[in-house]
Design a protein around this ligand. Structure first.
Ligand code: AMP
Length: 393
């Protein structure tokens, strides 16, 4: 299944209202929860980046990025991955897992020009972020990569593939498209990374992943990263990994560190006013606002802009370029309110979102957890506010 078909199927619904048949009923009490205290970072890494047996160029590029000490997942994963072992990394998003796989992979690619790596991620945005990290770590190494994602021009991807890139990064749907049309041959790829496996499984990509993994060289190193491991993921591990080492740095779910509360409203007129009042609060520095459909997201973003807020919108109906631009503006604080649909927001890695606001209630509790996980990342406390109509409480 391609990402775009997933996206359109899930955003085609016409503005379901709270409690409509399309949405699961979630008792508003489930949207209220005090945040666990974020512990002062007491982690003592057992390695420095200098201790790792990696090329001086990589060490230089790591320093240039301003990384001083390895994060826990990097500290515990990199030595095993450098030793050529298969690794399962259990870590939340925002814990530094990109570097945990990028550094050992790039090391292997630098010393062995015949090695090839494929990195599979759930969303276009995440694939692009992984590419950006790889570019900065691989500076002046001569290694090349290509990003295979939906919504971006095929021609560029085909040209990139013809240059025999050392690293291929992509979403499952588009990678499978390339395999089917014969523009990608994975038989010589000997390193495979699955990032955010749980999210890929959630998004219905398990079949695509199985078929992609089935085409990668059997003599390969596999690195899988996931915040949770369930039966489906376990089956994937059993089938495709070879005596993996498991590293877990999870201290709790990201959502545990989010202060959760509801905002009650009587009518839709009052609702937008309440959102306005919320957004002018000085504590709301960067807000991700969820609404149901492409149309409602667009409308809400325009309404907020007309009220003077620096707002933008992302949803599956926008081109990859315009989604990427909106995300960059959000990351760089050119906009401070981003209105999004669930699917478009998955994989957003903006580490300083202070508030997730559910302007419309999520379709399921799982969606709720995904949404609020966008706040409170990388050890920072976040807030989640869910709009609930008074009559429903
Ligand atoms: P990731 O989980 O890989 O998306 O990383 C989350 C954020 O932490 C990104 O902005 C990284 O650039 C940053 N980061 C990752 N590792 C380190 C490190 N060792 N030191 C400082 N920042 C880091």
């Amino acid at each position: 299944m391609s990402y775009s078909s997933y996206s359109s199927r899930n955003t085609r619904n016409r503005r379901p209202s709270y409690g409509s048949r399309r949405k699961q009923y979630i008792h508003p009490g489930k949207f209220i929860k005090a945040a666990k205290q974020v512990q002062a970072e007491a982690y003592e890494p057992t390695h420095n980046f200098d201790d790792f047996d990696i090329h001086p160029l990589l060490k230089e590029n790591i320093k240039a990025k301003g990384y001083i000490a390895p994060s826990p997942i990097q500290d515990q994963t990199i030595p095993h991955a450098l030793a050529g072992k298969d690794v399962i990394g259990i870590a939340n998003t925002g814990t530094g897992k990109t570097a945990a796989f990028a550094i050992p992979i790039l090391q292997r690619l630098i010393v062995d020009q015949n090695s090839r790596a494929i990195i599979i991620a759930p969303t276009r945005e995440l694939a692009q972020q992984i590419e950006d990290e790889c570019i900065s770590f691989a500076r002046r190494s001569g290694l090349g990569g290509v990003v295979l994602i939906g919504g971006s021009p095929m021609g560029k991807q085909l040209r990139g593939l013809r240059e025999r890139p050392n690293v291929v990064i992509g979403t499952p749907g588009r990678i499978k498209d390339h395999l089917q049309r014969g523009s990608l041959d994975l038989s010589r790829f000997n390193i495979v990374v699955l990032d955010e496996v749980d999210r890929m499984v959630d998004m219905g990509f398990i079949g695509d992943i199985r078929s992609i993994l089935g085409q990668v060289s059997p003599n390969r190193q596999s690195l899988f990263f996931s915040a949770t491991i369930d039966a489906k993921i376990n089956a994937l591990i059993q089938t495709f990994m070879n005596s993996p080492v498991t590293v877990s740095v999870k201290q709790g779910d990201t959502s545990d560190f989010v202060e959760q509360n509801i905002v009650q409203y009587n009518s839709s007129n009052e609702k937008i006013g309440k959102l306005h009042d919320l957004l002018i609060d000085e504590n709301v520095k960067k807000a991700l606002v969820f609404d149901d459909t492409q149309r409602s997201v667009e409308r809400l973003s325009k309404e907020l802009a007309s009220r003077g807020f620096k707002s933008g919108a992302i949803h599956g109906g926008k081109t990859q370029g315009s989604r990427q631009r909106a995300l960059n503006h959000f990351r760089e604080n050119n906009i401070t309110v981003l209105v999004a649909t669930d699917v478009a927001a998955r994989g957003i890695d903006v580490t300083d979102i202070t508030h997730v606001i559910n302007y419309s209630t999520p379709a399921s509790y799982d969606d709720y957890i995904h949404r609020i996980g966008r706040a409170g990342r990388a050890g920072k406390a976040g807030n989640a506010l869910t709009f609930v109509e008074k009559t429903n409480y």
